[in-house]
Design a protein around this ligand. Structure first.
Ligand SMILES: Cc1ncc(C[n+]2csc(CCOP(=O)(O)OP(=O)(O)O)c2C)c(N)n1
Ligand SMILES: [Mg+2]
Length: 580
């Protein structure tokens, strides 16, 4: 790992001073962010986009505290990240010293696998070796706390060969993990017995595309994808039903409702109402981490294993399903669904339908594109409207679902893959929370990227829209203007002030050509779309309870009731067009 995302302070100046003194070939690339939380997001994204360790660094007290949300994002999305933070001098600890925070306690949860204070320079070698190895081996977050006088002491490159010292070495290679033959036989028996097999794949299958496709083929299965696993298999395959869950698709819903067998690979997708009902299906699950098995559905066979290796070992045991009716049914639903998505994107809105913005982007995505989505309504349209093709990547904050990672993830993607085009899909709330500031980081570093294609899409809907819809559809409350309304901000104009390109899209007919312009630009772009907050991010299969909650919200005097009913009706009506 040669790149460190961080922010300085006197608590970590000893380490930064050492960077100055280190020879050029040894010096890490220090990427200075606007806020330490962004450094942690970027370290997490580095891990997500490279499959390698991410590193972030911050000063003592406030800097360390700022890292936390990004570190939790990494921890619960199972990404290997090491945090290095400063601390007051050993002599002052316990003295209510300025910026003294009990950092081992603070990090005890997020870095519970390994958090240590270096009490003495001879420890540094094994603390670094262990923090890195544990983060990689456990796919988790670890932390090293460095009092500033330890940072300034002379290095002890080799501890004395005496009782009580530790002599560590670096390096980690992942093992090959495959279940036993007996368990593979049991799994195959369940899968061979089923008539209607559903597969659900998550980020643990990101390196197993060929194996997932081959197994799905043999089993005549449809494949649904958890959000972190959106890039596992391409969306242009006819049997891929796309995303699952509240942000998911109708064919994924049908797949789960009607299957008699469930094969889950590398996913911890949480929402049980979108999985088969207990008893409906026989289940097989594959996960590299035994702790993640059998917690979403009572599986009949739980396999600890690498997804690619395990599927490869399984495939020879699987019989090709002769009756392809189930697969054909799923493929038909998928084809219909894509037509519906296209039609929904074309519906008029005031002024721009956000689905149109995603639809037009999806059609134009260059090969090798990398996408990041923030949490908010953007995640719905990313999940449903974006067709990822083979060779593309895409991610978001899957488990923590925090606001704010869209832009910092995109920056880390650009550093990890400077020749690939990157797209961040972000709401105005997330931009105001931190994205606007990180545009400064883009302006600062963009000359390091040989390919300048980096576009930040801002959905300017002046609303915390995803939560507004949750108030309406889940809680049955009307929109609470006081918490939901956002002030306007000139995102595109601000980008121009920073020397980036700004494009403001206010009319549907400009949406496509504005994407063309963004893709031709000689610098990173902020694509600001003025979108309609009353276009409902409808769940794939709106439940009776949700429909009731929505109507009671509207009856209770939602300020935008009239327009919502119109938009919701337009979207639903698309499903009943004759011939469907
Ligand atoms: C740090 C954090 N705070 C609050 C939330 C709850 N939340 C989820 S989405 C959302 C609204 C996001 O608004 P915006 O970025 O404008 O996107 P929109 O939904 O309007 O497109 C909020 C407040 C969260 N997930 N994370
Ligand atoms: Mg918004």
């Amino acid at each position: 790992m040669r790149r460190i995302y961080g922010y300085p302070g006197d608590g970590i100046n000893g380490v930064i001073g050492a960077f100055t003194r280190s020879s050029n070939g040894q010096r890490p690339e220090f990427i200075q962010v606007r806020h330490e939380e962004m450094a942690a997001f970027m370290a997490c994204a580095h891990a997500k986009f490279t499959d390698r360790l991410g590193v972030c660094m911050a000063t003592s007290g406030p800097g360390a505290i700022h890292l936390l949300n990004g570190l939790y994002d990494a921890k619960i999305d199972h990404q290997p990240v090491v945090a290095v933070v400063g601390q007051q001098a050993r002599a002052g600890l316990g003295g209510n010293y300025q910026q003294e925070v009990d950092l081992s306690t603070l990090f005890k949860d997020v870095a519970h696998e390994f958090v240590q204070i270096a009490m003495e320079p001879a420890q540094i070698r094994h603390l670094v070796d262990r923090a890195c190895r544990i983060a990689l081996a456990e796919r988790t977050v670890t932390a090293i706390i460095l009092p500033n006088d330890v940072q300034e002491a002379d290095a002890v490159e080799q501890p004395p060969h005496t009782h009580g010292t530790v002599h560590s070495g670096p390096g980690y290679r992942p093992p090959r993990v495959i279940p036993s033959g007996e368990d593979l036989d049991r799994a195959a028996a369940v899968l061979n017995a089923g008539d209607r097999v559903a597969m659900l794949v998550g980020q643990g299958a990101l390196h197993a595309a060929d194996e997932v496709i081959a197994v799905a083929d043999r089993l005549g299965a449809g494949v649904a994808k958890a959000l972190l696993g959106k890039a596992v298999v391409a969306d242009d395959l006819p049997f891929v039903t796309g995303s699952i869950g509240l942000l998911g698709t109708k064919p994924s819903w049908t797949l789960m409702q009607e299957c008699d067998t469930l094969l889950m690979v590398g996913s911890s997708f949480p929402y049980s109402e979108f999985l088969p009902e207990e008893g409906q299906a026989r289940g097989v699950q594959i996960d590299i981490d035994g702790r993640m098995l059998g917690i979403r559905y009572p599986m009949e066979v739980n396999l600890v294993g690498d997804s690619a290796e395990t599927l490869r070992a399984l495939i020879g045991r699987l019989e090709r399903k002769q009756d392809r009716a189930w697969r054909e049914q799923i493929e038909q639903e998928v084809a219909q669904w894509w037509k519906l998505i296209e039609q929904r994107a074309q519906l008029t809105a005031d002024p721009v339908n956000p689905q149109l913005v995603f639809h037009e982007l999806s059609k134009r995505l260059p090969d090798g594109a990398i996408l990041t989505s923030d949490s908010g309504s953007a995640a719905n349209w990313y999940a449903r409207d974006i067709k990822l093709r083979k060779g593309m990547m895409g991610t978001l904050s899957g488990t923590l679902a925090t606001m704010g990672p869209g832009v910092p993830y995109a920056i880390a993607a650009k550093f990890a893959h400077p020749s690939r085009p990157v797209f961040a899909l972000v709401g105005d709330g997330a931009m105001q929370m931190n994205g606007i500031n990180e545009l400064i980081t883009i302006a600062k570093y963009r000359d390091r990227w040989p390919d300048q294609r980096l576009a930040v899409l801002v959905l300017n809907n002046r609303d915390l829209n995803q939560v507004t819809w949750e108030q309406r559809a889940m809680s049955g409350d009307p929109k609470f203007e006081g918490s939901q309304h956002l002030p306007d901000f000139p995102y595109a104009r601000y980008a121009e002030l920073l020397g980036l390109k700004g494009i403001r899209v206010q009319r549907p007919e400009e949406v496509g050509s504005a994407w063309d312009e963004a893709l031709r630009a000689d610098r990173p772009v902020v694509y600001e779309a003025i979108t309609d907050p009353e276009v409902p991010p409808l769940p794939p299969h709106i439940t009776l309870e949700q429909a009731k909650a929505l109507s009671s919200a509207l009856l209770a005097g939602d300020p935008n009731a009239g327009r919502i009913i119109k938009q919701a009706f337009k979207q639903k009506a698309q499903e009943f067009v004759p011939g469907r």
